[in-house]
Design a protein around this ligand. Structure first.
Ligand code: PMP
Length: 399
């Protein structure tokens, strides 16, 4: 009779939850745990957190429209006539009058023949890139592009070639070496953590030379750049059938959602093929109506945008830093590089103690060694708000 080998205690695999807990603990020990806070009351440049009123430089509400009475009234009025939820995707029965009117308003503003709404910017980016590119294609992406563009490129299964930030000669080399069915160059028009612009005219020239298409994610430029707020296209006076334009409606437009603009054939095609368009519930009609009120203000309220640009100029002219570095940016995003994660967190904490809310952005959201304060300015700020922030920054840097 053969004897059974003595049983060894089996080392149990950590359960999924134990593994997750260990990873969370590691992130916490590295100071990389992301935190959220609950805001009481109205969104705006003054917010209430834990019963404390704070001056905020955190939001992407660049024109201060999220709390504008026109948007709030549009939302309330539309809810009473169109309902709170859209109930279905756009292609079933979710596309209501408010969505249609918003697409028309965007078309009038952007002066481009094709406009297609998406429920969020993240979904618009996934939708465009996965509809246009597949295994036979290549995507050329700036290394500082928004995460949604990178995720979209991976999901598409196209070859992904990333080039150093705004480096035209690297991009040209990659384009020249590539022999695929379709080439798509994809960039943030305004980089979300740096505030600088992509060199769009030069990118377009490269696309023309190498028969590529150019997708611009103008989430942070729409409503902010250009005298009418048409974003990067107006800033550089660009119009080309090679451009695929995407902007969000949850930032300067004050509501939520996104749109893609370009040739009519492009948006017709996306409507048939973009999966995040087809297989998701349309945004509620009141949200579309609020976005439409925001778009109207972007188009008509020039003084609001002018005030924002005045604040940007004032902030830059008055900010005098020795150790920290104000990045070169002419947009509402004004980052200050601190360097170490710990110091960036400390500065953010000490600003908070003074009643000022500024987020510390750390790797992996930004490259290692470039932890920063991401200050975003809004047309709802006053000159006194900017002075208060600068006084605090100058004092903290010196101590
Ligand atoms: N692109 C960029 C550059 C962004 O900053 C963001 C949002 N932070 C998005 C896309 C996603 O837009 P949304 O929030 O509407 O999903």
């Amino acid at each position: 009779m053969s004897s059974m080998p003595e049983s060894q205690p089996v080392k149990a695999n950590p359960s999924l939850l134990e593994a997750l807990q260990a990873e969370l603990a590691e992130r916490a020990s590295l100071g990389l745990l992301r935190q959220r806070r609950v805001l009481n009351g109205m969104q705006g440049v003054h917010v209430e957190v834990d019963g404390k009123r704070l001056l905020s430089f955190c939001s992407n509400d660049y024109l201060g429209l999220a709390s504008h009475p026109d948007l709030i009234a549009a939302m309330r009025d539309t809810a009473s006539i169109a309902g709170a939820g859209s109930g279905a995707s756009h292609l079933v029965t979710g596309h209501q009058q408010a969505h249609e009117a918003l697409e028309q308003a965007l078309q009038a503003l952007m002066r481009l023949p094709g406009i297609l709404l998406f429920t969020t910017g993240y979904m618009a980016n996934l939708g465009v890139i996965t509809a246009l590119c597949g295994r036979d294609d290549a995507i050329f992406a700036d290394k500082l592009n928004h995460a949604s563009l990178n995720d979209a490129a991976l999901l598409s299964r196209a070859e992904l070639k990333r080039f150093p930030h705004n480096d035209l000669s690297s991009l040209e080399r990659l384009l020249a070496q590539s022999h695929v069915r379709r080439k798509l160059v994809v960039v943030d028009a305004v980089f979300s953590m740096d505030g600088d612009l992509a060199p769009v005219p030069e990118l377009l020239a490269l696309c023309e030379r190498y028969d590529a298409y150019l997708m611009l994610d103008d989430a942070h430029g729409f409503g902010v750049l250009g005298s009418e707020g048409r974003g990067i296209l107006e800033h550089f006076t660009l119009d080309s059938p090679r451009i695929i334009y995407m902007a969000t409606l949850g930032k300067a437009a004050g509501a939520a959602g996104a749109f893609v603009a370009g040739p009519k054939i492009l948006t017709d095609y996306l409507m048939q093929t973009a999966r995040p368009y087809i297989y998701t519930t349309a945004s509620p009609a009141p949200v579309a109506a609020a976005a439409m009120a925001g778009v109207r203000l972007i188009q008509q309220d020039h003084a609001r945008r002018a005030h924002l640009h005045q604040l940007i100029a004032e902030f830059r002219a008055t900010c005098q830093l020795q150790r920290w570095q104000l990045m070169a940016s002419a947009t509402a995003i004004q980052p200050i590089i601190i360097g170490s994660n710990d110091e960036a967190l400390q500065v953010s904490k000490r600003l908070l103690e003074r009643g000022i809310l500024v987020p510390a952005i750390r790797p992996p959201t930004v490259p290692k060694g470039t932890a920063r304060l991401r200050i975003s300015l809004s047309a709802a700020h006053t000159h006194e708000d900017i002075a208060q922030l600068l006084e605090a920054l100058h004092t903290l840097e010196a101590t």
